[in-house]
Design a protein around this ligand. Structure first.
Ligand code: GAF
Length: 381
């Protein structure tokens, strides 16, 4: 059942009847640690209060039906036996891919209806895709009493994204959506999936983490992300290591071809920045000291990893000139959002400065949001 009248009406219109419950999964921003996850490195995300909601009901028969409040009028139904081979396009690949992955792993599932509703902007680098996957994964696991652990739900959501959607991402976004906790950042170690909570309360220091969404879209399934990933793998192979995680010193990269050396240097220095920022936050140092490390992270993504854009660079430069202690692009890059560490008192001025700069550069207006460290995916009703 749902007490949200708009969702209840949409559910009834799409499928008939009402939902058995609602499962929410959050978006994320990553404080630091980009393009490290698929290199067995470190990252430090927080979950956002903004979520994707999945309203779900078990149904007789063997059809999986999906609808989305963001794509009204599109209801797609596929029978369970055809799910693996179905030719699915667009947004529906994410929920259907998750159901398919449960089946592929031998879990026993029957008919199910899924209505999605997102508070997260799509393509803004705050991980709306993983939030869809994780809300659906939790709903399926609960409704069919599968008893699947959160670690396996992360794997299910991640595998669906890699093989059903075809985006060769790491596990950062799904891990953040399933494991982050309120008031903390989560230090993730992708070598062994170890997690460490790090206190994250900027407000008590008069600070805010501003998200500046450039409203330029990124599309991870497109070639550039996959290309960066394979460049990292080539660099590791040439260095004779299993992954770039095993390299701690940038001097060890010297023999690589120039392009691969730059890509690998980003990963090696980014891992060091994650550990330094996690340490600064954990030891209750003044969080302002992480500003220059955020700035260095952006420069590395811009110059060595080459995943920035003029809009992202403008947002970083203008926010910094207007008083941010540090700012950097967040997520995979090629568009999406920037985060900036700012005084609470400066939020409005920085917002205005970035908007003015975007207008004079002929860019679309950015959207801003203050990030808070919120909870992981959960059943709400
Ligand atoms: C995207 C991917 F989905 C993540 O796995 C991660 O690689 C990130 O880009 C960059 O850190 O969000």
């Amino acid at each position: 059942m749902t007490s949200d009248p708009a969702a209840a009406a949409a559910f009834a219109a799409a499928f008939g009847g009402s939902a058995d419950g609602r499962w929410d999964a959050p978006g994320r921003v990553n404080l630091i640690g980009e393009h490290t996850d698929y290199n067995r490195g470190y990252a430090l995300p927080i979950a956002l209060p903004q979520v994707v909601r999945c309203y779900a009901a078990v149904r007789a028969g063997d059809r999986v039906r999906v609808a989305s409040q963001q794509y009204p009028g599109e209801v797609l139904g596929v029978s369970i036996v055809e799910l693996g081979s179905a030719n699915v396009d667009g947004w529906a690949r994410y929920p259907l891919g998750v159901v398919n992955e449960f089946l592929r792993r031998g879990h026993s599932i029957g008919g199910i209806d899924l209505l999605l509703d997102s508070e997260l902007p799509i393509g803004a680098g705050v991980s709306s895709s993983a939030a869809v996957e994780c809300s659906v994964a939790l709903a399926v696991s609960d409704l069919f009493s599968l008893g699947v652990t959160r670690d396996e739900l992360v794997d299910i959501a991640h595998t669906a994204e890699n093989f059903y959607v075809g985006a060769p991402t790491g596990k950062l976004d799904q891990s953040a959506a399933m494991h982050c906790t309120t008031g903390h950042a989560m230090l993730l170690d992708f070598a062994d999936d170890h997690r460490t909570q790090v206190p994250f309360d900027l407000a008590e220091r008069g600070l805010a983490l501003l998200i500046i969404d450039t409203t330029t879209k990124h599309e991870l399934a497109a070639g550039a992300y996959a290309e960066r990933r394979s460049e990292c793998e080539r660099a590791a192979a040439l260095l004779g290591v299993g992954s770039l995680r095993e390299v701690n010193n940038t001097d060890d990269l010297a023999g690589l071809p120039t392009l691969l050396e730059r890509r690998a240097r980003h990963v090696v220095t980014e891992n060091a920045r994650v550990l330094a920022i996690a340490d600064a936050l954990a030891t209750s140092a003044d969080p302002r000291i992480i500003g220059p490390m955020l700035a260095a992270g952006h420069a590395s993504l811009r110059d060595d990893f080459e995943v920035s854009t003029p809009e992202l660079d403008t947002a970083v430069d203008v926010a910094t000139a207007a008083g941010a202690y540090g700012a950097r692009l967040v997520g995979g890059g090629f568009g999406g959002s920037v985060i900036a560490l700012v005084e609470v008192a400066d939020v409005a001025a920085i917002d205005h400065a970035v908007t003015a700069a975007f207008r004079s550069a002929g860019f679309a207006d950015p959207r801003t949001l203050v990030a808070e460290a919120a909870a992981a995916a959960r059943r709400v009703r």
